[in-house]
Ligand binder design. Structure first.
Ligand code: DP6
Length: 321
């Protein structure tokens, strides 16, 4: 206690998406998910518990923020460790030109790791993932590098992340196309709640996603890039169909997202293998192999500027720096 710790965690992109909670307080998801942790986008967060503070002091990219969610998360760490001090939290998102990819995943994975250490807790990766989960579901997977999974479980102790493969053997990269920097209108938290509660297709989503989980897990084991890409693409569209079929209906994709989707299909028709995936916003991530990066980036460059196009390979697990 009284010592500052800094952790670095990378974002992850889900190949099998998490979209709905069975328990909102504990963040227990309705299905298990699989992701790829990305090298290029990460968050560095330092935490110190300080007896001179009268309240938690939180900065993100050097700006003071008043985020009740973060203080509530710190309360969980205080409760676990039995310490009764406020914390100073400094977080920097390393996402080139604020690409709109800075996610709660890397943020809460880094905060869980630095915060628990600063509170004197020695947590295993599994325990860290369960702690990170309380901040944001997708953070459960960002404790791990490479291909990671989140076992849905049924309660606090059975809902955790684990590594599927790290380092990644498969040749796999992601090209993120940044289409919009403005904050999302419907957060993933709210969006998945509306889908869960109102989409008549929700039960089918769960059934199909359990199959997609098996398929992608096997594709990773077999080094089968094509099956992985095809299934991840289908799974993403199935998730977005839950937003369209919700009441009220909403859509994260914009016209540029659809343009990129069409480009990917045209590239595929020309024999350049690539697939797309999107999360709770318009940005599209293209899944491809090294040999095709140049052709894809060249093609995208006809429509988008260089700083909208970010290439990343698999990233490492969380670490103290
Ligand atoms: C579409 O992890 O941001 O990216 O648990 O409410 O914080 P909360 O949601 P969040 O949702 C991520 C949704 C997603 C799919 C995924 O990452 O699995």
């Amino acid at each position: 206690i009284g010592q500052k710790y800094t952790a670095r965690a990378h974002t992850n992109i889900a190949l099998v998406k998490y979209w709905g909670k069975e328990n909102e307080e504990l963040i227990i998801p309705a299905n298990s998910s699989i992701s790829l942790t990305l090298d290029e986008f990460y968050t560095d967060t330092s935490v110190i518990f300080d007896s001179t503070l009268q309240q938690d002091m939180i900065t993100i990219n050097s700006e003071i923020v008043n985020d009740e969610k973060i203080s509530k998360f710190l309360d969980i760490i205080r409760h676990k460790s039995g310490i009764n001090l406020f914390a100073k939290v400094e977080s920097i998102n390393h996402v080139p030109n604020s690409a709109g990819l800075a996610s709660s995943a890397s943020a809460y994975a880094a905060l869980a790791t630095a915060g628990s250490k600063a509170a004197g807790l020695e947590l295993s990766d599994k325990e860290l993932s369960m702690l990170a989960r309380r901040g944001s579901g997708s953070a459960t997977r960002s404790i791990f590098g490479g291909f990671a999974a989140w076992n849905k479980g049924t309660d606090d102790q059975t809902s955790y992340g684990y590594s599927i493969e790290d380092p990644v053997k498969m040749d796999i990269n992601m090209i993120a196309i940044v289409l919009n920097n403005s904050p999302k209108k419907i957060s993933s938290r709210l969006g998945m709640k509306i889908s869960y509660e109102t989409s008549p297709f929700y039960d089918s989503w769960i059934k199909q996603t359990n199959e997609d989980f098996e398929t992608i897990q096997n594709a990773i084991t077999n080094g089968d890039f094509s099956t992985l890409g095809q299934t991840a693409e289908l799974n993403a569209m199935r998730m977005h169909s839950l937003t369209l079929s919700a009441n009220p209906s909403y859509l994260y994709l914009n016209k540029d997202s659809l343009l990129v989707i069409e480009m990917v299909k045209e590239l595929r028709d020309k024999g350049i293998e690539c697939y797309y995936t999107m999360d709770a916003g318009p940005n599209v991530k293209i899944i491809c192999q090294k040999k095709n990066i140049k052709a894809i980036v060249d093609n995208l460059s006809n429509q988008f500027s260089q700083d909208q196009i970010k290439v990343s390979g698999p990233g490492e697990k969380v670490k103290l720096i």
